[in-house]
Design a protein around this ligand. Structure first.
Ligand code: PHE
Length: 345
């Protein structure tokens, strides 16, 4: 009997050693240790043994069972690790390999305009500054000489989040922020490009649009400085042959105020559908910073003066690239965006 148990054990050990996977190992477990397994069969057949033999054989079988169970468990661990290693090997990614080529995107037309303007103004000594899109009523209006109830607020009827916070309707809000942050420090020469929001929606107006603001404050700044600066700006953006026309206008934060037109770059001023047969296209608002605005934001209007201007980035992009509908700039249609390849960068 002892030899038989020994033999079963050795056979079992042999097949455990050569088991190739967990499934095979499980079959071996069933074959030797299962309810109908070979060692269990010996225990069952113990009835025919003598009373002395029984406990000896019983403990031998149990020992053999314990032994095999332990070996099976070790083998199981080993197989599991091997299988994991195999899987890892198969799924290994060589991160040093060159990747598949991904087509590079193109720069958005509005970003192109912003970059071009930043290059230009930085070359003239301006800083580029940023302001919050969620703005307070105070900075968007009050500090720009538009107190609550001012009728000019109507033109910018817009998105209020609370009665004190709104999505800014103009980048002019940054003017007050820059002045308040510098208080009497001069010169101030900044441009602030960014997103603005109004309740508008048609082919030339979007509820979200881009503006760029310019602000200069120093001693002895005059209208001549404003004109000279805008001339450089417009010629650079829309062509050296552009002519400028200053029309008196009204903005609560500038005095005097001007609407600036540029001679039509499509027809050269003769009159066409783009300029509605007037020869001129309106492109920006501007003026000398209102004394109230200077005073309210920390500058003595007797000592300092300044100019400001603001224009729509979308309009500039539309003119520059011949885009017929402002909404094309915001709908992320890849067929549209792909047309602005990087070649021109
Ligand atoms: N903020 C004005 C607008 O949105 C434009 C402007 C800016 C006018 C600066 C004058 C000076 O219409």
């Amino acid at each position: 009997m002892k030899e038989k148990i020994e033999e079963i054990k050795n056979l079992a050990k042999e097949s455990i050693k050569t088991a190739e996977d967990l499934k095979a190992l499980d079959e071996i477990r069933v074959k030797y240790l299962g309810k109908k397994g070979e060692l269990t069969a010996i225990l069952r057949g113990m009835g025919s043994l003598s009373a002395e033999e029984r406990p000896i054989v019983g403990s031998m079988v149990n020992e053999a069972k314990d032994d095999l169970e332990k070996i099976i468990k070790d083998k199981e661990e080993l197989l599991k690790t091997q299988e994991l290693e195999k899987k890892l090997e198969k799924e290994k990614i060589d991160i040093t390999l060159p990747s598949d080529k991904i087509r590079r995107g193109s720069k958005h037309p509005i970003n192109r305009v912003i970059e071009e303007l930043e290059d230009l103004f930085v070359s003239m000594g301006y800083d580029v500054v940023d302001g919050p899109e969620l703005e307070t009523d105070e900075y968007c209006f009050e500090r720009l000489n538009l107190p609550k109830g001012h009728p000019a607020r109507d033109m910018q009827d817009s998105f209020y989040v609370t009665s004190e916070y709104l999505l800014r309707t103009q980048t002019s809000a940054v003017q007050a922020r820059v002045m308040m942050a510098n208080k009497e420090k001069t010169p101030i020469r900044v441009i602030c490009p960014g997103k603005t929001y109004r309740r508008d929606d048609d082919a030339t107006h979007s509820h979200q649009f881009g503006q760029i603001e310019g602000l200069v404050i120093d001693k002895n700044i005059s209208l001549a400085d404003l004109k000279g600066t805008l001339e450089v700006f417009v010629k650079k953006m829309l062509g050296e042959n552009s002519k400028l026309r200053f029309r008196p206008s009204y903005f609560p934060f500038t005095e005097p105020s001007y609407e600036v037109d540029v001679s039509c770059f499509k027809c050269g001023g003769k009159g066409c559908n783009l300029c509605k047969h007037t020869g001129w296209i309106e492109i920006l608002g501007s003026g000398m910073v209102h004394p109230n605005v200077l005073k309210m934001n920390g500058y003595d209007p007797e000592v300092y003066s300044g100019f400001a201007f603001g224009t729509g980035l979308d309009r500039l992009a539309m003119f520059k690239f011949g885009i017929p509908d402002i909404r094309m700039l915001y709908t992320n249609d890849i067929r549209f965006l792909n047309q602005f390849d990087r070649k021109e960068d």
